[in-house]
Write a protein that binds this ligand. Structure first.
Ligand SMILES: [Cu+2]
Length: 140
């Protein structure tokens, strides 16, 4: 498959790709108290592991990398993650109850709205993704 056809296929799949890295299934939980969570699945086809360096959006004041851990009493808490790495030929999956990007100071959005978000990767560089606002479901 030529590069142009590959790009077209990815676009048709609702997928954004730059050199060696593709992102799909981007979605944001419906904001609550000006906070929301961004989820997506990133796949690394490149020759070396990649690392998410920054996340930003016009609609958001601050972003943080979070993971969910279960404490000794069975309560789920969110903690700051040092980094999100996507290994070579592997996926980095952000999903409810697990790793996510916390969006703080976020403007109000309705379910179905689409929010532009910039992801900056160590090797793949900057990519703009469109994340649809979905009902807050299984929690952050
Ligand atoms: Cu969080």
């Amino acid at each position: 498959m030529t590069r142009a056809w590959l790009l077209l296929a990815l676009l048709l799949a609702g997928c954004v790709a730059t050199e060696g890295l593709s992102v799909a299934e981007a979605r944001i939980s419906e904001p609550f108290a000006n906070s929301a969570a961004l989820y997506f699945a990133a796949t690394n086809h490149g020759a070396e592991p990649d690392r998410l360096l920054a996340v930003s959006a016009d609609a958001v004041e601050e972003t943080r990398l979070h993971e969910v851990t279960i404490d000794g009493n069975g309560f789920a808490t969110m903690t700051d993650a040092d980094e999100f790495v996507v290994e070579t030929d592997a996926d980095l999956v952000l999903e409810p109850g697990s790793r996510h990007v916390m969006l703080l100071g976020m403007r109000a959005f309705d379910v179905g709205d689409v929010v532009e978000v910039e992801l900056v990767w160590e090797h793949a560089g900057s990519m703009i993704i469109e994340a649809e606002v979905v009902p807050a479901g299984a929690g952050w």
